[in-house]
Design a protein around this ligand. Structure first.
Ligand SMILES: C[S@@+](CC[C@H](N)C(=O)[O-])C[C@H]1O[C@@H](n2cnc3c(N)ncnc32)[C@H](O)[C@@H]1O
Length: 362
């Protein structure tokens, strides 16, 4: 009840109307009522969410092997030297655990494993799972200071959790409009579209420019999401990262393919593992996850503008098979359904993209 009162009061303060981005921020990150901040109860098959990391150890092992290679090639450090890894958004700690275990007893002694996570309940789970094998930080700036600016960085399913600005194409006016929610009391929320705020109009100019594909005219009413919040979060810490490589794994794709046959965009909710669409995404404020697919065209453009180089973007399947070539044999011999799912061209193998970027000095 307190959750509902909080959101109702917030709408009242804003004359009954709020941008969807602000709503999503409150629903996921409000320090008291937000889903990540306080309401996640469990992770895993029957928990609030499961990820490639919670169902199989293979992704963590592959990232570990990839990171070892980056340590030598990019950080220029050989065997027996200490090196730093930062995982952003570590969930229940499963990915970290399989990363560290997969390094083997000798290599694991030399890695300083840092975690940055905003969720207090999830940090507790990570600490239970990892004990003294990792160090925790509140922000990326703090983690990078601890690493003196040199680190291999990775995340899995982080960006899809950033609050999204939802926009809709209006072909009559030739403009993008932003989604707002109006509080209708017991009837829930109604959707309203308004002109972009001055701030979003300015921030969006480069984004909309790159979305302009003369050969694929935008259809009236097409809804898309923009992760301005991710861009804002990225800017202050990228300047502190002096050397290293970053792996960003998430579901999504490039523009415009991402929105093919998806006129309503990609927003959905999850409650105890069940996917929710339409009006249901606004139910259970603060008790359910909200997420969108990641537009990798935007992500690459923003990080390039901040000085990163894109090394490559590939599917999760390609990343796993190229990093752990023995997986193909293992797969033939074992009936491992989780691994099949991770590699499947119709499932996570293709839906998840793996973006590799590095600092220019590397
Ligand atoms: C969907 S979970 C993915 C967990 C894990 N990477 C995995 O593969 O199982 C998203 C994670 O990102 C964290 N997170 C969300 N926003 C964050 C932010 N701005 N900074 C750091 N962590 C964040 C959440 O607390 C959670 O641990």
């Amino acid at each position: 009840m307190a959750h509902q009162t909080h959101i109702a009061d917030l709408f009242l303060e804003h004359d009954g109307i709020m941008s969807f981005e602000r709503y999503m921020r409150e629903a996921l990150y409000h320090p008291r009522y937000g889903y990540y901040a306080s309401n996640i109860s469990s992770v895993g098959k029957r928990g609030d969410f499961s990820t490639s990391a919670t169902i199989s150890t293979m992704l963590g092992k592959a990232i570990g092997q990839w990171a070892l290679k980056q340590r030598t090639e990019v950080l220029g450090l050989g065997f027996g030297k200490r090196w730093n890894v930062i995982e952003i958004g570590a969930g229940d700690g499963s990915l970290a655990r399989s990363f560290v275990d997969g390094l083997g007893t000798f290599q694991r002694r030399f890695v300083n494993y840092h975690i940055v996570d905003v969720s207090e309940p999830l940090r507790r789970k990570q600490q239970e799972k990892l004990g003294r094998r990792a160090q925790w930080h509140e922000t990326m700036e703090e983690a990078l200071t601890a690493c003196e600016g040199e680190a291999i960085i990775f995340s899995n399913e982080l960006i899809d959790a950033f609050p999204a600005t939802i926009v809709r194409w209006n072909s009559a006016s030739g403009t993008w409009q932003e989604l707002y929610l109006r509080d209708q009391g017991v009837q829930g929320f109604s959707e309203e579209y308004r002109p972009l705020s001055v701030e979003n109009e300015a921030a969006g100019s480069s984004v909309f420019g790159s979305w302009d594909h003369p050969e694929i005219p935008l259809k009236d009413g097409q809804r898309c999401e923009i992760l301005f919040s991710y861009r804002k979060w990225l800017q202050p810490w990228l300047s502190k990262w002096q050397r290293g490589t970053m792996l960003t794994i998430d579901y999504g794709g490039s523009f415009p393919e991402l929105y093919r046959k998806r006129p309503n965009g990609t927003l959905r909710g999850y409650f105890q593992g069940v996917r929710l669409e339409g009006d249901e995404v606004f139910d259970r404020f603060g008790h359910q996850d909200l997420t969108v697919d990641v537009n990798f065209t935007d992500v690459c453009q923003w990080s390039t503008a901040e000085g990163l180089e894109t090394v490559q973007e590939r599917s999760q399947r390609e990343f796993l098979l190229e990093t752990l070539p023995q997986l193909e044999d293992f797969r033939m011999q074992q009936q491992d359904s989780a691994l099949e799912f991770l590699l499947s061209t119709y499932g996570a193998g293709n839906a998840f993209r793996v973006l590799e970027q590095r600092t220019k000095s590397s």
